[in-house]
Design a protein around this ligand. Structure first.
Ligand code: NAD
Ligand code: UFG
Length: 330
């Protein structure tokens, strides 16, 4: 199939382009490079030895999006493009609502106009909020802690309402847990601007000597060792989940958690990193980070049952691949 990948120069999008190309699909990337670099497109070509078409456009721009749909026969859309920093979304709610909602609506309109019936949307475990773990797709959504989570829940709702009146429009809502790691080539991965907010890039930067010490945000949560528990999932497993979701789209809305089903605490991740790299990352216990929940992990059984997809790579592999990528960064 010929797949339009919005946000394909970004972290998860670039790995998904590789997985799509390896599965025999063709890829057109649309990205405004707001949080990524054009070089990533070359790296995707290098890994796969395949050409891809790249448009540097903003997917909230209806005219620019329409031009792509009119020039190419598109069989499906995977919509990654979006703003994703939870803290920033509290500071800049309007930017988050405009970017994440308008892009989704512009793409859905183009799909209707050009009869494209397959749509895969990047949602987030953030929509579960403070539900009880493990999170199951049937739970009521509680995304109200920040505008970012709200945009994901709203986009899910918009796409679901469209399907209600167009049952042939087929939508997969993929709720990712904590994607980490990098492609095994070390050519693509996550390179956040400035000081990382997320745990894994912080750990790799401390290990590299770019940052002094990890601050562990809280050790008094009701978890195995008091530190926050998350469902870390290798980004290549997430990418493969998209190929499986695309292959199984058959009308209607389908929601899937993309997680491993296993929770790992902050201190367990630090140990796994030491096992993978033989580097003991120095850390200190700090206050809880506002807005954090104690535990977040998936019930990943629906994706296994319906898509035949399971996450294959373990936490040590995630650390090893994240470290390899950090070492290849200039
Ligand atoms: P990323 O920032 O690396 O990739 C997003 C890409 O979209 C970037 O290349 C950016 O330049 C592009 N983009 C943003 N707005 C755009 C617009 N209006 N027009 C064109 N391009 C635009 O982020 P990522 O980690 O790869 O996340 C991809 C998607 O997955 C996002 O929608 C994010 O909210 C969602 N998600 C990510 C995580 C995570 O932990 N990384 C977790 C859950 C959900
Ligand atoms: N943590 C630290 N020190 C740090 C960074 C994080 O102790 O320097 C802890 C956090 O307190 C948390 C865990 O490590 O317990 C994971 O934190 P991350 O920031 O890596 O990830 P979050 O679970 O907070 O958030 C991520 C994405 C969100 C997404 C959410 C659910 O950043 O966009 O997963 O999918 F919404």
């Amino acid at each position: 199939m010929n797949i339009l990948v919005t946000g394909g120069a970004g972290y998860i999008g670039s790995h998904t382009c590789v997985a799509l190309l390896e599965a025999g699909h063709s890829v057109i990337v649309a990205d405004n490079l707001n949080n990524s670099k054009a070089e990533t497109i070359d790296k995707i070509k290098q890994i796969t030895n395949t050409e891809i078409t790249f448009y540097q456009i903003d997917v909230t721009d209806e005219t620019a999006v329409g031009a792509i749909f009119s020039q190419h026969e598109i069989n499906g859309v995977i919509h990654f493009a979006g703003l994703k920093a939870v803290g920033e979304s509290v500071e800049k709610p309007l930017e988050y609502y405009c970017n994440n909602l308008v892009s989704t609506m512009v793409l859905a309109k183009a799909c209707q106009k050009y009869n494209v019936s397959r749509f895969v949307f990047s949602s987030s475990a953030a929509v579960y909020g403070d539900n009880t773990v493990p999170f199951v797709e049937t739970m009521n959504l509680l995304p109200t802690t920040n505008p970012y989570g709200e945009t994901k829940a709203m986009c899910e709702r918009i796409l679901t309402d469209i399907v209600k009146v167009n049952p042939a429009f087929s939508v997969s809502l993929l709720r990712y847990f904590n994607p980490v790691g990098a492609h095994e080539s070390g050519l693509i991965g996550e390179a956040p601007n400035g000081i990382p907010n997320n745990l894994m890039p912080y750990v790799t930067q401390v290990a590299k000597g770019k940052l002094k010490k990890l601050k562990v945000f809280g050790n008094d949560y009701p978890t195995v060792d008091g530190t926050g528990v998350r469902d870390y999932i290798h980004v290549v497993d997430v990418a493969e989940g998209h190929v499986a979701a695309l292959d199984h789209l058959m009308g209607g809305v389908h929601i899937y958690n993309l997680g491993t089903g296993r929770g790992t605490s902050v201190l367990e991740l630090v140990s796994a990193f030491a096992e993978a790299t033989e580097i003991k990352v120095p850390y200190e216990i700090a206050d809880r980070r506002p807005g954090d929940i104690a535990s977040c992990y998936a019930d990943a059984s629906k994706a296994k049952r319906e898509l035949g997809w399971v996450a294959k790579r373990d936490i040590v592999a995630m650390c090893r691949d994240a470290w390899r990528f950090e070492n290849k960064l200039l």
